[in-house]
Ligand binder design. Structure first.
Ligand code: NI
Length: 173
């Protein structure tokens, strides 16, 4: 396993790429998922999409276990969101690709998610609460969408400008 570099906004690789479906769940893919999980734990974060480490594939890892609970990783290959509820909920979100910025985003309260697991078996999960929010946030990444795209243009432009400035300063050091 290896810790990989997480790409941060406004890097175009997070935006223009439509992540491709996985054709086969094999050892090479499991090795990528292992790297993703290690990278996410190291960050630390609760969800990561493959495109965030520069691999435009439809793969997500998540772990919503609390700090005092056993790790509970979930691997989603080719995830599809089904039956999003009409009811919506506001949840505060953050993103490893948008460091140190948090804001509330409105999303469907519940949904089902169909995916292939670590072994390549088809699964369907009923998601609500944090799970529903997180899955929808991560699936957005596969379409080149960031959570800040759900905010007002003013807020989005402000955070992108700040990140750009910080990256310029870091590069100059
Ligand atoms: Ni994110």
């Amino acid at each position: 396993m290896a810790i990989r570099e997480i790409i941060t906004a406004p890097d175009g690789r997070l935006r223009k790429v439509l992540s491709k479906p996985v054709e086969r769940v094999d050892d090479a893919l499991r090795s990528l998922m292992d790297d993703m999980l290690e990278t996410m734990y190291d960050a630390p974060g609760i969800g990561l999409a493959a495109v965030q480490i520069g691999e435009p594939l439809r793969v997500i890892v998540m772990d919503l276990a609390g700090a005092d609970e056993e790790p509970a990783p979930i691997y989603f290959v080719n995830p599809e969101i089904l039956e999003p509820s009409d009811e919506v909920t506001l949840h505060e979100e953050g993103c490893l690709s948008v460091p140190e910025f948090y804001d509330e985003v409105e999303r469907p309260t519940t949904c089902r998610i169909k995916y292939l697991d670590y072994e390549g078996n088809e699964q369907v999960l009923e998601a609500e609460g944090l799970m529903a929010t997180c899955v929808q946030h991560e699936v957005d990444h596969l379409e080149g969408v960031l959570f800040i795209d759900h905010l007002s243009r003013l807020k989005r432009d402000r955070v992108l400008k700040k990140l750009k400035k910080e990256q310029r300063l870091a590069a100059a050091e």
